[in-house]
Design a protein around this ligand. Sequence first.
Ligand SMILES: Nc1ncnc2c1ncn2[C@@H]1O[C@H](COP(=O)(O)OP(=O)(O)O)[C@@H](O)[C@H]1O
Ligand SMILES: [Mg+2]
Length: 711
Amino acid sequence: MLAVSCSVSGRFPHDGYTDLVGRQDELARLAAVLGESRLVTIVGPGGVGKTRVALAVAAQTAAGYRDGPWIVELSGLRDPALLPNTVAGVLGLPEQDARSALAALLEYLRERELLLILDTCEHVLDACASLAQAVLAVAPRVTVLATSRQQLDASGEHIFPVGPLPVPEAESPAPALAGLEAGGDAVELFALRAAAAVPDFAVTTENVADVIRLCRRLDGIPLAIELAAMPLRTLPLAELVERLDHRFALLSTGRPGALPRHKTLRTAIEWSYELCSATERRLWARLSVFAGRFSLDAAEEVCAEVSVERPDVVNALIGLVDKSVVLHEGGQYRMLDTLREFGAERLKSSGEEDSCRSRHIARYRAMAEYFGAHFADADQMNRYRELREVHANLRAAMEYALEPADGPLDAAAGAELACSLYGYWQISCLLGEGTYWLTKVLDRFTAAGPERARALVNRGFLRSFQGNVDDTLADCEAGTAMALAIGDEAIAARGFQHMMLTLTFLGRHDEAAKVSEEARSRLRACGDVAGELMLLAQLGHLHQLAGRPAESVAVCEEGLALLGPGSGEQWVTTYLHVVSGFALFQMPGREADCDAALRRALHGKEELGDVIGIAYALDVLGWLAAKTGSPARTAWLLGAADPLWERGGSVRFSATAIMEDFHQQAAATAREALGDAEYDARYAAGTSYVRRRLDAHVGGGPLRLEIPESR
Ligand SMILES: Nc1ncnc2c1ncn2[C@@H]1O[C@H](COP(=O)(O)OP(=O)(O)O)[C@@H](O)[C@H]1O
Ligand SMILES: [Mg+2]
């Protein structure tokens, strides 16, 4: 796993503002409730402060959970089927085995003691309810805290309602000001946000009555108050209050509090919308197509067209940030869910939805296409990280393209996205999710054609790494046959390449060797260098499994030469080193070369944060230690590899028998040399060291290990 998923807030998310006004009573009660109930849902209308309270209680009670609080931000998630994947992604679990993301997640949580916060559940209620229930059933020391406009309706759920901030009763200035000293209410929040908008703003005897009136009008709803404070940049307070009063008077009997809360917020949002320029309004609507965070460049590309040009987008975006409609954090932008929904409604009624979504799809399709076509280029890691940052938007683009209820917008673009991301699914260990999208493509394209052929071939490829070899071979064969029948050479070449790998995993070495030749000449003919490089790594693996280590080393060297010296490519390079290490292990007198290859592999896999790749390298370094007379080191290394294999579903070496034999031999040799007690102690030391490193490995990213130089 590398980098943090963009639908992820991780442990301590950033926010536009990080202050907390009031809520002390709520926090104390919530902490008490969390001590008693293992499923608590903070319920309240949009913008009332549910997320803020959840984050505050997480920070406050963090020390009480051995494995900490974890926050999964769900507002960018649209497809409920991907909920387990999203949670697993936040926790940094690879999807590298045949288990479903849910099974892997439950397995992981079983032994943990943590607070799992599911923030913003209302649009995926059922999925959250069943996930929470499943977690409670298997993980006795996990507590789930959800925030939602509606309760989950799960059994054992404790509902914790959160209402607006209190508004002082006082009508006359003096007691109101005295109350303000105490703070913790809507007036304090308004005062803070107003001072951020107009630096010399202060609540005084002169204006306090107006401020209270405004807060009461807005019913103490924090988001409404934040939105209402921003126009102070251009409107004096008295006028602002008057306009707002007028706005509400049109809707209600004129009495504050006469409207239900969601209508109050809605009115505040509409008012804020009306104070926007025409371009800002259009941008507000258009930005709603983004899921999660987005960059300035993305906003320009997706939201600009002939009538709103790029510079207009920039200016309008600045305007929306000034008005607190868009939050600017860490160089990225995002909208609170309530405001994004409002924008989405406007976009729909403007008739611009399809054109805007098409530009959104086009942007992410272009990124994916480039990555797919240049997979093994030197800039691989930078491109990969860019994709990882926009994961929620990749999902959204595929979803819009493939499956809105009223017909897919551009199924071909969806297919291109899901297929071009083959290397992305692989590096990020999102094999389960990649398979999920490719299956959606296959559901869309049921007749023979390039989309179907390519999706089959790619799905076979991903499945082969998940240990699902039978389905894999069926996919590869069907896709390749279809590509040949329609005369698509490029897809057929990849089809043979992937088929070769599956045959290797199945132990059908002779067939694999034949298919490999076919694949190689076809990849060459198509000029598919990335395909050829992957094939060389596969071929190296085949040779060493088939007892031809010298050929294996030669093929790996060929691959490294093809990549060129100092290539920034990481994925294929690290595999070539791993495979070369396996082969050198089997060659007498090449121990030092074996060690060097494996260390290089290990270093690259650590950089990638690829836990399974690291496990491969550590395990084989352990065999090498047994061979060179360092049994204590063997025990430590095999122990260190163990929790990494466990993360991937506890299947070592994709269940390849030959590799497992080497592993068992090394373990037996070391155990004999050390005796059971010493072996077990060393093994346990390796395991606990890596377990600690993994626990600190929040949400993915590089994972660096230090191997003691013991004998
Ligand atoms: N107690 C508070 N102190 C400071 N700001 C708050 C408070 N409660 C809410 N806010 C702000 O109000 C806005 C809406 O709050 P949020 O927690 O996102 O609401 P919800 O999750 O209920 O939709 C956010 O910008 C948040 O920062
Ligand atoms: Mg929220």
